[in-house]
Write a protein that binds this ligand. Structure first.
Ligand SMILES: [Zn+2]
Length: 425
């Protein structure tokens, strides 16, 4: 959207405030075109967004000064001098992304094209208190800021995707089951330590935002990102908007009941939740029980006779070697996920479902039964044009997603975010 200045003051808003708002909107529009087209001339920007060449030149000058775009090479001329092309200055600025899972922190630096240029995985300590985990996140953040500074890359801020229920407006982890956290003020902790804008959201929602801005869902208006790892969660975009719900609990697909007669109580307190059937730990648990009960399976050899060593990767490895138990466990996992997704498909009617997280690395052993079950159980009208596939951001989805919480704000309001710079207190 661009806004022409003619008649902009009709509603009586003070002229300078209105002019500044209009300039902000037009600046975001110009930056959006540079981002989408990768390399573009000032004249083509003006044509695409319908602004005057003088307005575009002025905005591009501002963006050059902020360092978010750069001049690069010359384009083809339609007569006269070849135009100078404008591109994103993708490594001048970036954002830190911290993906706080139940077992580890995956952290990294993400550039303006949504590429994780550096990342590290830090296992969590046995002490899951606020001080221990937030302290560890601090140390990781310090290391990342040093890495960025040594490469003259400025940070626009810090994004955190945390498992569990999160209030992104307050920056508070409302409930993180793996840590037994309740009402932990994560943003405040970081605000006390860094002069950087900090944003916090649920991990699966952040991943969905990452896929929307930089991954497979850039053209999708209504889609679901399903994260299947230590837990199961989802981020839902409906008609271009990320869904939060009245109390930030939208997308909790891991707690859809799959079975009435399950004996296993989920951490949410209910029985029969999808998470207790299809998460990474649930898959590993079922494999360990089968092997202990004497199932004839390659998993026994692969785990050197120690079933407690069976991991999701080992199950995938066994499946690739044709192991019947491993193939069956992955098929059952896919069928359970498919049943829950079929309900979601009938309620939300997405045109795309992206699946990420550790368990999704099992590929077609999982995707094939998921697709079959969704097509069998959801309404045909809702599945005919539905694609179900892996996310594009892969193993760094959580990091890119967390950084996207900031990057999407930078593209919407570049001046607000780029004039601060990442300074360590
Ligand atoms: Zn549950």
């Amino acid at each position: 959207m661009v806004v022409q200045t003619d008649g902009a003051n009709k509603r009586g808003t003070p002229a300078t405030a209105k002019a500044s708002l209009i300039k902000d909107i037009n600046t975001a529009a110009v930056l959006g075109i540079v981002r989408e087209q990768e390399m573009v001339s000032r004249a083509d920007i003006a044509k695409t967004c319908g602004l005057t060449p003088a307005t575009v030149s002025s905005i591009v000058s501002d963006l050059l000064e902020l360092g978010i775009v750069r001049e690069t090479g010359s384009g083809t001329s339609s007569g006269g001098r070849k135009p100078t092309m404008i591109a994103l200055n993708e490594r001048a600025w970036g954002a830190i992304g911290l993906d706080l899972g139940p077992r580890q922190i995956h952290a990294g630096i993400v550039d303006l094209h949504g590429k994780a240029v550096h990342d590290e995985i830090v296992p969590l300590p046995a002490d899951r208190s606020e001080a221990a985990i937030l302290g560890l996140m601090d140390q990781v953040t310090d290391r990342l800021l040093k890495w960025a500074a040594s490469r003259s890359m400025r940070m626009v801020g810090l994004g955190i995707g945390a498992h569990g229920l999160v209030d992104p407006n307050a920056g508070v982890s409302l409930y993180a089951p793996a840590f037994q956290w309740k009402q932990v003020a994560v943003r405040e902790w970081f605000n006390d330590r860094y002069e950087l804008p900090v944003m916090v959201d649920n991990d699966a929602r952040a991943m969905a935002a990452g896929e929307k801005w930089f991954g497979a869902a850039q053209q999708a208006e209504s889609f679901v990102f399903l994260n299947v790892g230590t837990g199961i969660g989802s981020g839902i975009y409906l008609n271009g908007q990320l869904l939060y719900g009245a109390h930030f609990g939208a997308g909790e697909i891991g707690h859809i009941p799959i079975s009435d007669d399950s004996q296993e109580i989920c951490y949410c307190g209910k029985r029969g939740c999808l998470s207790t059937f299809a998460s990474g730990p649930a898959l590993e648990k079922r494999a360990r029980i089968a092997v202990r009960q004497g199932a004839d399976s390659l998993l026994e050899q692969l785990s050197a006779g120690k079933p407690e060593r069976i991991t999701g990767q080992l199950i995938h490895q066994a499946a690739m070697q044709g192991d019947e138990l491993a193939v069956r466990l992955l098929r059952e996992t896919g069928e359970h996920i498919g049943s829950a997704l079929a309900m979601m498909v009938n309620v939300v009617n997405p045109d795309m479902i992206l699946i990420g997280g550790g368990v999704s690395e099992a590929g077609e052993f999982l995707f094939h039964p998921i697709r079959e079950t969704v097509r069998k159980e959801a309404m045909a009208v809702n599945t005919e044009r539905l694609s179900i596939m892996p996310g594009q951001l892969g193993a760094v989805c959580g990091v890119v997603g967390a950084a996207t919480l900031l990057l999407q704000e930078v593209f919407a309001q570049p001046k607000t975010y780029l004039t601060r710079g990442g300074t360590l207190i």
